[in-house]
Design a protein. Structure first.
Length: 433
């Protein structure tokens, strides 16, 4: 089994370039099949979630070419079925975007219920509510979401909660419904805006994405487009926090600083210097960090996907910090893993955790339980005393392109090794001392 081995204590210094946003790429790739014409998507992240979704689309009959790992050319015109049968689709969350895309274009879709990180129940009731409001009949059978409609008619839909997935999925279906659709209490994340912009570049008529009211005038067909994915604000935030955790000095390039505001504000609050440029941020930390409180909220609040990494940082900050997770009901599973490294963090009342800052973490063998938990454990290992082994790194590699390479470029002592390869592990330990 592949794992990361890390020797902590080295400050991250230098420059790192951020890749395309995973959660935007998955929505854009699904939307790309809504036209029969060629679509070129650039700046894709080279991660397994993207590969799985593209393979799922190819299995529908679409032409999928990969001129490079960061680019895809799709032609949805050759799709021969609306049944997304590619087995691996059930492993990723973004597979459910094929539902909105195919329902919008073909008025029929059969897609596996989505997988994704085990951080809560993650129902899809708001997706179904939106599809049904547009006139579709939706049933769940044999682990599949089956949606079909004679025709889709615009509707006024009020989401019961701010849902990125439901907003994107229903927006896609509504973009090819007849008439006007209004989505109220819509999610405002950058990747919602990205999918709306992409659909508009294909001839859709979507206004208000990025606010909580999105207005869509349905169109009968969409045309081809060439589109480049925005930088991944979660990858960027992860490197910002890693720089702070290791008391480093890192220039993080190819970012949209506005998308990082909540993370930047919290880093400044705990004593980190953050300098913003047009498309980069520089993070410098030298002294011991101080405590703060974190409450995750829908965008533009503090992002839930940064909660685990931020909490890890606070484990070595001076004083007591409180972390409240309002988006998912089970996103504290990593606390037990951090405890193996000497962190003093305890979950109270289900969605809050109290952290008593300690001087140092110590290296240990820990397990990535989900994507961002894995990222948090890597950051913990980078700042801990001694060696840390992170197991089940397949979760991490779903969402971070070349994480080890990028960290090594910044001076980290980290390597991906096979758990059976004792020679490689010894060699690493000899090399890093
Ligand atoms: C997307 O998940 C992201 N995943 C998540 O990132 C991210 O944490 C989340 O948005 C919030 O920003 C992808 O884009 C692939 P939601 P999604 O629908 O769409 C509840 C990562 O680490 N809800 O906004 O599934 C739901 O249970 C991943 O990159 C309903 O109740 O998130 C959750 O508590 C993790 N009913 C909350 O809303 C619904 O029909 C937010 O879910 C839909 C959602």
């Amino acid at each position: 089994m592949e794992q990361y081995i890390i020797k902590g204590g080295k400050p991250l210094v230098g420059e790192v370039t951020i890749g395309g946003a995973k959660n935007a790429a998955l929505g854009v790739i699904a939307a790309a099949i809504m036209t029969n014409e060629p679509v070129r998507i650039q700046n894709l992240p080279d991660i397994s979630d993207v590969d799985i979704l593209l393979k799922g689309i190819e299995a529908l009959g679409a032409v999928v070419e990969r001129p490079t790992v960061h680019e895809a050319r799709l032609i949805g015109g050759s799709i021969t079925t609306c049944i997304a049968g590619y087995d691996d689709l059930r492993k990723i969350r973004g597979s459910y975007y094929l539902c909105g895309a195919m329902l919008g274009k073909y008025k029929r879709a059969e897609v596996p219920l989505p997988g994704g990180c085990n951080i809560g129940s993650r129902p899809i009731d708001q997706h179904i509510k939106g599809f049904e409001a547009l006139g579709a009949k939706v049933v769940i059978q044999h682990g599949m979401i089956i949606a079909e409609a004679e025709k889709l008619e615009g509707a006024h839909i009020y989401f019961d909660c701010s849902s990125v997935g439901a907003t994107i999925n229903v927006m896609m279906a509504a973009s090819m419904a007849s008439g006007q659709t209004v989505l109220e209490n819509a999610a405002k994340e950058p990747h919602v805006v990205e999918v709306a912009n992409f659909l508009n570049s294909m001839g859709a008529n979507i206004k208000g994405a990025g606010t909580d009211i999105i207005r869509i005038s349905g169109v009968s067909s969409l045309h081809g487009s060439t589109y480049s994915i925005i930088p991944d604000q979660i990858e960027a935030g992860t490197f910002m926090l890693a720089a702070a955790a290791t008391k480093g000095d890192v220039l993080i390039k190819n970012v949209i600083p506005k998308h990082l505001e909540a993370v930047t504000a919290k880093l400044v609050e705990i004593g980190v210097e953050v300098e913003e440029f047009d498309d980069a941020v520089r993070v410098v930390a030298s002294k011991r960090l101080v405590h703060t409180n974190i409450k995750t909220l829908p965008y533009p609040g503090f992002p839930t996907d940064m909660q685990q990494v931020m909490a890890t940082l606070l484990c070595v900050a001076e004083g007591t910090s409180i972390v409240t997770e309002t988006i998912y009901e089970n996103r504290f599973m990593y606390v037990d893993e951090l405890a193996r490294m000497g962190a003093c963090m305890r979950v109270v009342e289900g969605n809050s955790a109290v952290i008593e800052g300690v001087e140092k973490l110590t290296g240990a063998i820990v397990r990535a339980l989900d994507l961002r938990c894995g990222a948090a454990l890597v950051v913990a290992g980078l700042m801990a005393d001694g060696y840390t082994t992170v197991e089940h790194i397949e979760y991490v590699e779903r969402g971070y392109e070349k994480l080890v390479h990028k960290m090594c470029e910044l001076g980290a002592a980290i390597e991906k090794v096979d758990s059976e390869d004792t020679k490689a592990i010894q060699k690493f330990k000899l090399r890093v001392g």
